[in-house]
Design a protein around this ligand. Sequence first.
Ligand SMILES: Nc1ncnc2c1ncn2[C@@H]1O[C@H](COP(=O)(O)OP(=O)(O)O)[C@@H](O)[C@H]1O
Ligand SMILES: [Mg+2]
Length: 259
Amino acid sequence: MSKRIDAIDLNVYYGNFLAVEGVNISIEPRSVTAFIGPSGCGKTTFLRTINRMHEVLPGARAEGQLLLDGEDIYGPGVDPVRVRTMIGMVFQRPNPFPTMSIRDNILAGHKLNGTRMSKGDADAIVEKSLRGANLWEEVKDRLDKPGSGLSGGQQQRLCIARTIAVSPDVILMDEPCSALDPISTLAVEDLINELKDEYTVVIVTHNMQQAARVADKTAFFNIAGTGKPGKLIEYDDTNVVFNNPANKQTEDYVSGRFG
Ligand SMILES: Nc1ncnc2c1ncn2[C@@H]1O[C@H](COP(=O)(O)OP(=O)(O)O)[C@@H](O)[C@H]1O
Ligand SMILES: [Mg+2]
């Protein structure tokens, strides 16, 4: 079930270094939101706080609130492992488990969670997830072959299938097409467009055309200089951010004057 995300006064640290400061944002369910901005402005860092992946690094922490349909995922007693099931993540480089079959890649999350299920139920999850990732037709005859035998674009869709197999509410993607060729990129973009019917999708992209193609809303982050924290500068309908931004920094960035 697609859920809403609200960040409230979120600060993100690596040790003493404040990498991202004071983010306030409401991300709509059943939509695609893009994070854009120059390298180092904290897009990845902020994205990784949304499913508590950030804190796995030693000394890394977040302050403030992050609400998933109103529940603070940083609240006392909240299990970060459960958070990462509800809020899945897809990375820059496709990272299927290389020695596992396509089928076992899809079921990996369930196995990790210790879910017991019949072969029929497992088969149903595999098919539904691969269909959901627009990959079923391409792999249905080779489910027992290793995931690493697929093309880069197929591997990325396999990773998306693996993410949706555990029925998350939110899917986070960090530059998911940056290692893909243009045809595979379009396949993943088409998929992102379909995913928003069921999930809240957040995508970091350095490609402004991609943001314009896939995102309903766009958040522009910027940084005042090295060692300074990244900040959310402007957040609006994608169309507004690209064509009629309210902030001068946004205008300079989207018109290619820097970054
Ligand atoms: N593991 C880390 N340890 C310390 N600082 C980091 C780490 N990862 C990123 N940073 C710093 O945090 C800031 C934001 O980086 P990042 O989130 O990767 O930016 P972006 O994804 O927008 O390019 C940068 O100053 C970067 O050097
Ligand atoms: Mg990044």
